[in-house]
Write a protein that binds this ligand. Structure first.
Ligand code: G3H
Ligand code: 13P
Ligand code: ZN
Length: 328
């Protein structure tokens, strides 16, 4: 069932964070839907209520143009039919104004992110406001960003600018955006922190205090970049050195401070890379795309189950279903 992020955030606020996972292809979609229903494999029991979770499926501009955006849409609509117990939102990740309008007008996305964070404050406000007006007229909800994460984001290599708590309150008031992505020390990709750097929960707490009660915050760049997966990649010929990610124990701490959505892309890519490298290393005579594909879908589903557990979202699916039904 497709829902808006607003419904998910109302249920999660202050208790847990909803996982927001980026996908680019069929195998990622299948692993993602299975994992969120607590299924590791095709033949698993339909739903494990202890692990099943609501989730946000994110599509970046890069994912839309990788083949043709309509392929991804078709995959997701089909997944909704194949996995009717799922509860999820479809979200445009890091949209420009133009791409946001395209997503809003498509009628498929329940939520868009306008990322005008590279612009000066007033310009970010103006762009975000325009997108909010157009989105709200169609029942689509809007995430915006203030401050700047480090790391690689689409084709921009960013420099860090932490979100100013006073500006955050003003930004939300002036734009009417439904949730706010904040820069609190994380960055996109597999190389997040140097030395003793980490997530600035102190800044997050200040931001939460300045915003209206119950206002949902979003944490980007939140992959944990597990050493285990990096080691597997490197053991199979990869060269990922000096990587680091967000400690998983920070997820729930951030959730308690108002973060309702935690963005994870890099971890999924690491799982993908490890499985494909290992498969063809171990089976040099094999050239069937389904050989690594089958293993990947299972491993990715298992990883999603684990991630939802550390986000506190595991086991919340039925409660969210009841919560949504009551509101109708
Ligand atoms: O924020 C960036 C996301 O990880 C999406 O990455 O643009 O390479 O799909 P991508
Ligand atoms: P990661 O690179 O940490 O997975 O961040 C993903 C993200 O923020 C997508 O918007
Ligand atoms: Zn991001």
């Amino acid at each position: 069932m497709l829902v808006t992020t607003t419904e998910l955030f109302r249920h999660a606020y202050g208790k847990y964070a909803v996982g927001a996972y980026n996908i680019n292809n069929l195998e990622q979609a299948v692993g993602l839907f299975r994992g969120n229903l607590g299924k590791r494999d095709k033949n698993d029991e339909p739903v494990d209520p202890k692990t099943a979770a609501p989730f946000i499926l994110q599509i970046s501009r890069g994912a839309r143009s990788y083949t043709d955006k309509r392929f991804l849409e078709a995959i997701i609509r089909t997944a909704d039919e194949v996995f009717p117990d799922s509860i999820f939102a479809v979200h445009l990740d890091h949209g420009t104004e133009e791409v946001c309008y395209d997503a809003i007008d498509s009628g498929f996305y329940t939520s868009v992110m306008i990322d005008a964070s590279e612009h000066p404050f007033e310009e970010n406000v103006a762009i975000t406001r325009r997108v909010v007006e157009r989105a709200h007229a169609k029942g689509v909800v809007v995430e915006a960003e203030l401050g700047q994460l480090g790391g690689v984001e689409e084709d921009v290599v960013g420099s860090v600018r932490l979100t100013d708590p006073d500006q955050a309150a003003e930004f939300v008031k002036q734009t009417g955006c439904d949730s706010l992505a904040v820069a609190i020390g994380t960055s996109h990709g597999a190389y997040k922190f140097a030395g003793s750097q980490g997530v600035r929960l102190d800044v997050l707490e200040k931001i939460q205090k300045k915003l209206p009660k119950g206002y949902p915050l979003v944490m980007h760049g939140s992959s944990s970049v597990p050493a285990e997966w990096v080691q597997r990649i490197n053991a199979a010929g990869g060269q990922i050195k000096g990587s680091s990610g967000v400690p998983e124990e920070d997820y729930l701490k951030a959730a308690k401070l108002g973060v309702c959505k935690i963005n994870i892309d890099t971890d999924g890519r690491l799982v993908w890379c490890a499985i494909y490298r290992e498969t063809f290393r171990d089976k040099p005579a094999d050239f069937d795309p389904r050989t690594p594909g089958k293993v990947f879908m299972k491993e990715y589903a298992s990883y999603i189950i684990h991630k939802n557990q550390v986000l506190g979202a595991a086991g919340q699916l039925d409660a969210v279903r009841q919560f949504i039904a009551k509101k109708k």
